[in-house]
Design a binder for this molecule. Structure first.
Ligand code: SAM
Length: 209
C-alpha cells in the first residue's frame, strides 16, 4: 500500500480505504477461486495494483468517459483504475466466468459504483462504444487492435482531450509483435514511471483510433 502512496497523493479517505481493502478481498477470493498466483499475491500492490496504475500515471481519463478492460482476469488493470477514477465508467470483460465472479465480488466489496462486468469474449460485444480500451497480458497487439478498433468512439476533430484508443500493458521484446500488428503505437517504458526493478522491460503501448 505504501508503494501506491509513494507515487500518488491526493486520494480521498474512501480511495485509500479501497486500495488497502484490496489485499484482504483478493486473499479471501483467491483462496476460493484461484485468479492470482500465490507468488504474485505476495506482491499484489507492486505487480498488480501499481502496474495497473501506470495507465493512470500516463493518461488522464475525463469524468464521464467510458473504458473497457479487455480480458480483465481478476480485475487488472480495471479495478485499480476504477478506484483511481471514481467519475469514469469501467466495463470489465473476460471470457472466463469464474474470473468475472471474483471481479464482481471485489467491486461489490469495495463499493465501486463505476464498475460493470460482462462474461463474454470481447468479439461478441457489438452494442457499445468506448473512449479507451485498456488491457494487460491478454493477446498479441495485432489481435488486441483488431478487437479494439470497432469498439472505439470516433476521435473528435480538434478535441483538446486525448484521442480514443487502445492502451495496453505488455512485457519483453515487442519488436516482432509491433511489426506484425500493422499499427504504430506510442511506446512508454513503465520503469520510467515507477522505479521498481519489476517494471524493467515492461511497456505501456498506446494506439490512437
Ligand atoms: C493472462 S490473463 C490476464 C488477466 C488480467 N488482464 C491481468 O493482467 O491480470 C488473460 C485473460 O484474458 C482473457 N481473454 C483472452 N482472450 C479474450 C477475449 N477474446 N475476450 C475476453 N477475454 C479474453 C482470458 O480469459 C484471461 O482471463
Amino acid at each position: 500500500m505504501a508503494l501506491i502512496t509513494k507515487y500518488f497523493s491526493d486520494f480521498t479517505d474512501v480511495q485509500l480505504q479501497q486500495f488497502s481493502a484490496l489485499e484482504e478481498l483478493y486473499n479471501d477470493w483467491n483462496s476460493k477461486i484461484n485468479v492470482i498466483s500465490r507468488k504474485d499475491m505476495e506482491s499484489l500492490y507492486e505487480k498488480h495494483v501499481l502496474h495497473s496504475l501506470a495507465i493512470a500515471a500516463a493518461f488522464e481519463f475525463k469524468a464521464g468517459s467510458t473504458i473497457v478492460d479487455l480480458g480483465t482476469g481478476g480485475g487488472f488493470p480495471g479495478i485499480p483504475l476504477a478506484i483511481f477514477y471514481p467519475e469514469v465508467k469501467f466495463h470489465l470483460i473476460d471470457s472466463i466466468g469464474k474470473k468475472i465472479k471474483v471481479v464482481d465480488a471485489v467491486a461489490e466489496g469495495l463499493g465501486l459504483k463505476n464498475v460493470s462486468t460482462r462474461h463474454s469474449r470481447i468479439e461478441e460485444v457489438k452494442d457499445k462504444k468506448f473512449d479507451f480500451v485498456v488491457s494487460r497480458a491478454v493477446a498479441p497487439l495485432k489481435d488486441l487492435w483488431k478487437w479494439s478498433k470497432p469498439l472505439l468512439k470516433k476521435p473528435a476533430p480538434n478535441a483538446d482531450t486525448q484521442q480514443p484508443g487502445l492502451i495496453c500493458l505488455k512485457g519483453g521484446d515487442l519488436h516482432t509483435e509491433i511489426a506484425e500488428s500493422g499499427c504504430r503505437p506510442r511506446v512508454m517504458e513503465v520503469y520510467d514511471i515507477f522505479q521498481e526493478e519489476y517494471f524493467k522491460e515492461k511497456f505501456l503501448l498506446y494506439v490512437p483510433a
